[in-house]
Design a protein around this ligand. Sequence first.
Ligand code: NAD
Length: 343
Amino acid sequence: MIKLNIALVGYGGMGSYHARELIPREKNQFEILGVFDTNPTRQKIALENNLYAYESFEEILADERADIILIATPNDVHKEYSIRALQAGKHVICEKPVTLNAAEFADILQEATESKRVFMVHQNRRWDNDFLVLKELYEQEHLGKIFQIESRVHGANGIPGDWRAQKKHGGGMLLDWGVHLIDQLLWLVQSPIKNIHAHLSYVLGNDSDDGFLIEIIFENDLRAIIEVATTNYISLPRWYIKGYDGTAIIENWDLMGKIIKRTDLENLKESTPIQAGAGLTKTMAPPTEEAIVESPLPDPAFEGPSFYQNFYAVVVEGAAPIVKNSEVREVMQLIDLIFQQYS
Ligand code: NAD
């Protein structure tokens, strides 16, 4: 098996995670040549971690051993680095968001076509276990046909880091978590979008959004709500899912949660009214015990290769990419539309 040599640009939080965790998992396919980071402290840490520290990006471009360049810098330099890497004949893995908008991404794609190199975006949250549980529920209709999916990521730390909150660097939560959560839903639902509405929040006073709420209605009538917030001291569940036969909650990334389905029993007793606030309600009374059945969430199932295994197969065997550039383009176009209409 031939090994592909990879050099990393940007050795911060995510670049070092690729180097420490993700790439070594596929050590038969990939070899790390070294890293380049504009921050001397990060270069020093790379050396301490027994990685070669390139003196410049140009040194990577000139390194004939480098088959792949991984770009894990702040978002505003993804385009320039990607294009220069492709022009130098390198394959590219680029962190999300691929660029700041769809037009920048189109420029990269043109270069990838001309240079005949592989360009793939690290949309790794397609492999998240919580998402894979949802995928199983959706595709296998454990709740009957699903008609509503609510996807939430709530934090209370504001936006940490120096560039993540700054518009000029491609900061803000829509380009950060939004890219992941939109990608998950568009990939899952595979139905054209009929309608969309969004609200971006600026509670923290940055020039980029600190959260957002998007409602998407798909042509297959599925309604999706995506909400990201960084000022929530009490978080709502990661996923809330409604089907014609039941409801599911996936509380968190540790897969706590449950399914509640209606039973098929005929002649169920009518629920009795309960006191609710200053009034009575039968409609909102909890279902009787015999009317529902609780079950655990299904296991997350992903049969296919990891991101890196797939990338290797695309480069070496011409396999189909799991993260297709056409799908990335759709996400970026949707983000463009949200910024244009709802900022
Ligand atoms: P970070 O701030 O921790 O690291 C960025 C690094 O890039 C820093 O070390 C910085 O010194 C360096 N850098 C800045 N400008 C540079 C330049 N022009 N050339 C070379 N190096 C430069 O940020 P991060 O969290 O590692 O995010 C990096 C990228 O990874 C972003 O695009 C982010 O959206 C993405 N990311 C992806 C995931 C994921 O799960 N896919 C998770 C976190 C971050």
